[in-house]
Ligand binder design. Structure first.
Ligand SMILES: Cc1ncc(COP(=O)(O)O)c(C=O)c1O
Length: 414
């Protein structure tokens, strides 16, 4: 069995099957490039988290799907029916979640560089909770509320920056003073300002209900120790907030844990993580009423693949290229954005084959970096083969652009 096989992806007769369907038949039916998502895999991921909370926590869990990972309408509806909550980061995401059936009470809006126009939209949605990213943001929040929603009770929470962050690439570390490459981190309220933000929010007429952190994205097993320490920091800060006279309805630990992108990376122990954070809250004797997490990648990452058609195989200066009918920026842009991102690629038409070669899978964009995979060992493709880029369910379609005026591919949820 290949390391990437799941109930979603299987090998039969040396070909790739996706959710019980022949990948080549899907490619033929819908055309390539094509995103294919699996309902059952997404539901299974949700159940994994839900079960862990049921086992380890006496408090209700809010599994807030980070819809920035993939806002496909069918996926949103599926998770809505299953009881998920939503982490939304723009007014348009909030509105999309509402249209998919999520009640506003189950949506947390976490903005950054939030504008007055953003605030006018989100303040107008009854029941929504607005996560405050900066002490300074409170000023414009107050101005918009005074002018347009003077008598409205608006639920707010505080996103703090615990001073430490973790992520697979410098660009997705979202807490701490600076990222691993020195970039100053823009998110959240500094530790020493948190109580003051709660006090000012209340004085300005807002209703503070929660405390939130998000450390970054793409954790693997080795990150567990550091993530546990960050859980402790949040719990300690929550106790301080409670002691200062602000009872918390919820504590939100953010997202960050992912699926397996690479064979030689051990996956983050999600069950142990949920056990740990549930235990930490219980031991601290906090009066919080609910625990929240915000999974994006974990929920949909390995529930999606991108199918590409091989147009021709080119040899140049000893390099062998499988020239495919899609471009990375329009389909799977993560490797072009994050130096550390990796997507496994398999030849869906012949999983194993004698004539293995080191193949560079090249897209159809006018850019040297438009490479799905560099010098990957795989059976030599031929024109007409279908290649599958794995783990393409999260931050692929949602980050895709129309660069070179190429279309963003069609998506099917099966
Ligand atoms: C506030 C917040 N929550 C949750 C997530 C989801 O992260 P992941 O997809 O790694 O679980 C993100 C991702 O950027 C985020 O910014």
């Amino acid at each position: 069995m290949n390391w990437w096989e799941t109930e979603f992806l299987a090998v039969k007769d040396n070909k790739l099957w996706i959710a019980g369907k022949d990948a080549a038949a899907l490619a033929k039916r819908y055309g390539t490039p094509l995103y294919v998502y699996g309902k059952n895999r997404i539901l299974e991921r949700y159940a994994q988290l839900d079960d862990a909370f049921t086992r380890h926590s006496a408090l209700p869990a809010r599994i807030c799907y980070a819809m920035k990972a993939n806002s496909h309408r069918g996926i949103l509806r599926l998770l809505q029916r299953r009881g998920a909550w939503i982490d939304a980061v723009s007014p348009c995401e909030v509105e999309t979640a509402l249209k998919a059936g999520f009640p506003a009470e189950r949506i947390l809006f976490t903005g950054t560089s939030v504008s007055r126009a953003d605030l006018r939209t989100v303040f107008g949605i009854d029941g929504l909770t607005i996560n405050i990213d900066a002490a300074e943001q409170l000023e414009i929040m107050s101005e918009v509320r005074r002018r347009e929603f003077p008598s409205k009770s608006i639920r707010v929470s505080v996103r703090w920056n615990p001073g430490v962050g973790r992520g697979f690439d410098a660009r997705v570390i979202t807490a701490g003073k600076r990222s691993s490459d020195g970039t100053p981190i823009k998110f959240g309220v500094e530790a020493k300002k948190v109580i003051d933000v709660f006090s000012r929010a209340r004085r300005l007429g807002f209703h503070p209900v929660g405390l939130h952190q998000h450390l970054g994205s793409g954790w693997v097993r080795e990150d567990f120790g550091m993530v546990r320490a960050a859980v402790d920091r949040l719990v300690r800060k929550a106790r301080e907030v409670e002691k200062a006279g602000f009872p918390l309805e919820f504590l939100d630990f953010g997202g960050g844990f992912g699926p397996r992108y690479l064979k030689n990376r051990a996956v983050f122990p999600v069950g142990d993580y949920i056990a740990y954070l549930s235990g930490a809250v219980a031991r601290a004797g906090l009066a919080v009423k609910a625990l929240a997490i915000e999974p994006g990648k974990f929920m949909v990452g390995d529930a999606g693949v991108l199918l590409l058609g091989v147009e021709y195989v080119k040899e140049s200066y000893g390099n062998i290229f499988a020239c495919v009918d899609g471009g990375t920026f329009n389909t799977v842009p993560r490797p072009a954005i994050y130096l550390q991102a990796h997507h496994e690629i398999v030849n869906a038409s012949r999983i194993d084959g004698q004539a293995r070669a080191r193949i560079t899978v090249a897209g159809n964009l006018c850019e040297t970096g438009d490479i799905f995979g560099r010098e990957r060992s795989m059976p030599l493709p031929v024109s007409g083969d279908v290649l599958a880029v794995l783990c393409a369910g999260a931050y692929c379609r949602s980050m895709a652009s129309n660069f070179n005026l190429r279309e963003i591919p069609r998506e099917v949820l099966i």
